[in-house]
Design a protein around this ligand. Structure first.
Ligand SMILES: *[C@@H]1O[C@H](CO)[C@@H](O)[C@H](O)[C@H]1NC(C)=O
Ligand SMILES: *[C@@H]1O[C@H](CO)[C@@H](O)[C@H](O)[C@H]1NC(C)=O
Ligand SMILES: *[C@@H]1O[C@H](CO)[C@@H](O)[C@H](O)[C@H]1NC(C)=O
Length: 622
């Protein structure tokens, strides 16, 4: 008992004394970053993952906006890897896909059949500025469960996708169709980009509803002049970029080139009213500010029909009103048909984004704005004060399109990956990560003399960032093979990495399932659908951990007692402070008798050789 107590005590002290680091931290108001001196895209690299997520420049740190949720962003532009990430409020990566899906947009959490799912669009975005591709749906294990590509020959476009409570998908689509454009001075045999949206039953793929802009929206109401309007270069007159179905079964539709938000009857397709644009239906109580926007994105209802929110780009490829984009909170009264701009969200650095962007009203009524064409996102109070702000593109390069993210959103998410943690070893540093795990709080390191031998717990170290770095002590006290076990907040062991061979510095494991060891063969089996089974598989290891925890607590108690005992026996006696002494007696409760104290001290001293022996035994293998 005393041997293992002291070894664990020592190991835990050793663990806390060793340097434990995370990935590189985000920058804080870094001038070199903003002047692009650190590169046009500043990113992280890891030993245990190929992913290269952005390293943020916190202009105002996001940790004060941390509500336990995560960021969902899709970085692309002139960057090495156009892909998407889940990040936390410290700017650490949580998850990114393990393969390239193409250009990706619109990454978010939605609910399908009552379960949270990851959805994103991926495909070829070079087609007509809106792209052709499909939506992917991933479950909490990051397993693809569905793709939605549109019905009746239409490919889902990247702009908008939502899942209704009856598990229908509502999304935008584009189609080149011939159309008579004589009313706008173009030939009768012209072509347009039809803007449309569909509602489909995800299960069957059946189209439940389809709406086409050219059937309801007059060409003359568009703010964009016709181009050649040929088959190869059709006229994009409407540019749908958002559609949302409400509880009444009607649709809110945003048209970029119509500069308005439409309310579309869910049965007839008729436009019931318009906010903004050439045929605005609302009386503007804000002197025009509530109904004048340009190139807007991400329009939503908020609080039933009380507000319409949107990211007003205040500009598009062809025009700008002012030199800054802003989020809008517009209070609408559908009985009086009035609109009032109750708040605006303007970036302190006056960022203007001529495309993309998002506005999300969070559950705590803060407002998160993503700057789309520019690598920046900012959280505001309801009233419009910017409280958290981060760049993932140098300020000086904004406007270049180097680093974009269609939308930047926040969602709660629980990810339970089916892969194992990854471990790597280089220059006496261990690197440990588990891509996609949101529950891991610490790492239990174990060592063994053989890759398939019995592994013994060495120490626990807190998880830091995405990839926890742990410096091995010089003199190699760990045995040759080391593996890491992901441990959650309650001390449950979640998954085990393959072993890494400390004697082979070139060996970098990347989370492949190793051949099972006799000690934990159940632990490698994935029993994701059966948590009981899962728990059973780890029962043995959890017992080990509980032992370690109990021993740790005992160890710490022993240190404290030893300290007090030493102080009492030597400190008090030599100082002769009686009053202090009696206070200490009180603290120590029953241990008033000097004889008892001395006997305990002798006992404690006698443990020390045992400790040393056990330490050498323990560390001798390396
Ligand atoms: C419009 O909103 C502003 C800001 O909330 C408010 O001060 C003003 O009273 C509102 N105007 C009307 C007519 O309701
Ligand atoms: C995430 O969950 C927490 C706890 O329930 C909640 O307070 C917070 O508002 C949620 N955040 C988001 C973005 O949904
Ligand atoms: C490991 O050491 C080599 C040689 O000194 C060095 O080139 C390399 O950068 C080091 N790796 C890390 C991760 O520090």
């Amino acid at each position: 008992m005393s041997r293992s107590l002291f070894s664990v005590l020592f190991l835990s002290l050793w663990a806390t004394l060793r340097l434990c680091r995370a990935d590189q931290p985000p920058f804080l108001r870094d001038e070199l970053y903003n002047e692009a001196e650190r590169g046009r895209f500043v990113y992280q690299t890891f030993k245990t993952s190929e992913l290269q997520p952005p390293r943020w420049n916190m202009m105002s740190p996001f940790n004060k906006c941390d509500d336990g949720s995560y960021f969902f962003m899709t970085t692309r532009g002139n960057i090495p890897d156009s892909t998407f990430y889940i990040m936390d409020h410290d700017g650490s990566m949580v998850w990114g896909p393990d393969h390239h899906y193409g250009e990706t947009y619109n990454f978010q959490v939605q609910k399908y059949k009552g379960e949270p799912v990851l959805v994103f669009w991926a495909g070829d975005d070079s087609i007509g500025g809106h792209g052709e591709g499909k939506y992917y749906m991933l479950d909490k294990h990051y397993v693809e469960i569905k793709t939605v590509s549109g019905g009746a020959g239409i490919r889902a476009d990247l702009h908008s996708f939502s899942i209704t409570e009856d598990n229908h998908a509502i999304f935008t689509g584009y189609e080149v169709i011939p159309h008579d454009l004589t009313e706008v001075g173009r030939p009768a045999d012209s072509y347009i980009w039809e803007s449309l949206f569909q509602e489909i039953d995800i299960e069957t793929g059946d189209v439940v509803f389809e709406w086409r802009a050219s059937e309801h929206f007059p060409f003359l109401d568009a703010y964009v002049n016709p181009n050649q309007a040929t088959r190869n270069d059709p006229w994009d007159f409407f540019h749908i970029n958002m559609v949302e179905k409400d509880a009444d079964g009607n649709f809110l539709v945003s048209t970029r080139y119509g500069r308005c938000v439409l309310y579309v009857d869910g049965k007839t397709g008729e436009i019931l009213w318009r906010l903004g644009g050439k045929r605005n239906s609302f009386k503007d109580l804000s002197g025009g500010l509530a109904t004048t926007f340009l190139g807007q994105h991400d329009a939503h209802w908020y609080k039933g029909h009380e507000y319409i929110t949107m990211f007003d780009n205040h500009g598009d490829w062809f025009h700008t009103i002012e030199d800054e984009s802003k989020g809008h909170m517009i209070k609408v009264d559908l009985a009086q048909m009035t609109a009032n701009l109750t708040a605006s969200y303007v970036h302190p650095d006056h960022i203007l984004s001529t495309s993309q962007g998002s506005m999300q009203v969070l559950p705590n009524e803060n407002v998160l704005i993503g700057y789309g064409f520019n690598g920046a996102f900012t959280e505001y109070t309801w009233d419009g004060d910017a409280i958290c702000d981060a760049y993932f593109e140098p300020r000086q390069r904004m406007g270049s399109g180097d680093v974009q993210s269609y939308r930047d959103l926040k969602f709660n998410w629980t990810g339970i990956p089916l892969t194992n943690p990854s471990i790597a070893h280089e220059n006496d540093t261990l690197y440990v990560s588990w891509l996609g795990s949101t529950k891991t709080r610490s790492w239990l390191l174990q060592d063994s003399d053989a890759a398939d031998g019995v592994f013994k717990s060495v120490l626990t170290t807190p998880k830091k960032g995405f990839e926890t770095e742990y410096d091995l002590p010089s003199g190699k006290r760990m045995r040759q093979y080391v593996r890491a076990i992901a441990v959650d907040e309650g001390g449950t062991q979640l998954s085990i990495s393959p072993p890494v061979d400390l004697s082979d510095p070139s060996l970098i494991w990347t989370g492949e399932v190793p051949t099972s060891t006799h000690e934990d063969e159940h632990a490698h089996e994935d029993s994701d659908d059966d948590e009981e089974d899962h728990a059973h598989g780890y029962a043995r290891m959890r017992e080990d951990l509980e032992d370690v925890q109990i021993l740790l607590i005992l160890g710490i108690l022993a240190i404290i007692s030893a300290f007090l005992i030493v102080f009492m026996t030597f400190g008090c006696r030599s100082l002769g402070i009686r009053r202090l002494r009696s206070e200490k007696d009180a603290v120590l409760g029953g241990f008033k008798d000097d004889g008892v104290v001395r006997r305990m001290w002798e006992g404690a001293k006698s443990w020390i050789p045992g400790r040393k022996r056990s330490w050498r035994d323990y560390a001798g293998g390396g």
